[in-house]
Design a protein around this ligand. Structure first.
Ligand code: B1M
Length: 226
């Protein structure tokens, strides 16, 4: 039963359908429950939020990525799916957020310069907030100097960097160098992630941690402490 609804969420992410009024890519879907109705149903059924995100939303976006790679989907198709995931994450956020607890630490997060992909970063931010951290999201396409200035000003314990393009991930190394040059590298722990980023890459560029997904990002932040 829970697998059925997760499969439907995944399918509707691939269809780029937010609400039941949406047509989607295939014919005949209008009027059937879409991502928002299905996620609401999954919550009502008591399905774990982590499962909804990983097995419904994120695995749907994986298929969208494959379709884009195979030139079956174009940018507007990807955006429709991305919007559906964003809308669902807004609905899930209150279920992840802990209430009335002092923040465990402060985290600055950004997608690096030249990179507009922010869905993963937004998921990581929501999960970190849900785990009790104060997250300041600088946005996407953020240049190195803005990040260094923000670290100086905000004095966070952690800096989270996201990159989805092989052409932009190297900015993570530049940012770490700029932190070093500014004499503030030791003040902040740098966590990196994003589809092309690996643990090996994180080690090579001198980051403190790597998260393959949002939940791993939370675990690594927790294990590094403040
Ligand atoms: Co683009 N795109 N895209 N795209 N896009 C990819 C990344 C790509 C792999 C697609 C493909 O060709 N198969 C490819 C990159 C190839 C490469 O670099 N080797 C690509 C390309 C080429 C491009 C353009 C260049 C296309 C073009 O214009 N010709 C262009 C670049 C624009 C730019 O950034 N300058 C582009 C544009 C776009 C859209 C704007 C249309 C849209 C982004 C919308 C948005 O983000 N608001 C988009 C999308 C949606 C994708 C795919 C399909 C999905 C990305 C995504 O959101 N995944 C993607 C293909 C794919 O990944 N399958 C693709 C879901 C998300 C939940 O996963 O972001 O990986 P992810 O985040 C995960 C983990 O990585 C991790 O946790 C998250 C949650 O589990 N994580 C962290 C992420 N950040 C972390 C930080 C951490 C820790 C963990 O610590 C701080």
């Amino acid at each position: 039963m829970s697998q059925d609804i997760l499969a439907l969420i995944k399918e509707n992410v691939v269809q780029g359908r937010i609400n039941k009024e949406d047509e989607g890519m295939d014919e005949g879907m209008e009027g059937t429950p879409a991502v928002m109705e299905l996620v609401q149903q999954a919550l009502t059924d008591g399905i774990d939020v982590q499962k909804i995100i990983n097995e419904g939303l994120t695995s749907g976006m994986d298929i969208v990525g494959q379709k884009f790679e195979e030139k079956e989907y174009y940018i507007p198709d990807m955006l429709a799916s991305a919007e559906a995931v964003g809308a669902a994450m807004e609905m899930l956020e209150p279920h992840l957020a802990s209430s009335g607890v002092e923040p465990k630490g402060k985290i600055l997060i950004a997608t690096v310069k030249g990179d507009l992909h922010d869905i993963g970063k937004n998921i990581v931010s929501i999960l970190l907030r849900g785990a009790g951290y104060l997250v300041k999201d600088l946005g996407n396409d953020i240049d190195d100097q803005t990040i260094v200035d923000a670290v100086k000003e905000e004095q966070p314990q952690f800096l989270g960097l996201s990159a989805l393009l092989t052409s932009t991930m190297m900015h993570m190394k530049d940012i770490i160098k700029s932190l070093n040059d500014a004499g503030i590298r030791d003040n902040v722990k740098v966590i990196v992630g994003g589809a092309p980023v690996s643990e090996q890459f994180a080690n090579d560029i001198g980051a403190d941690g790597f998260g393959a997904d949002g939940f791993q990002a939370v675990s690594i932040v927790q294990s590094l402490g403040s």
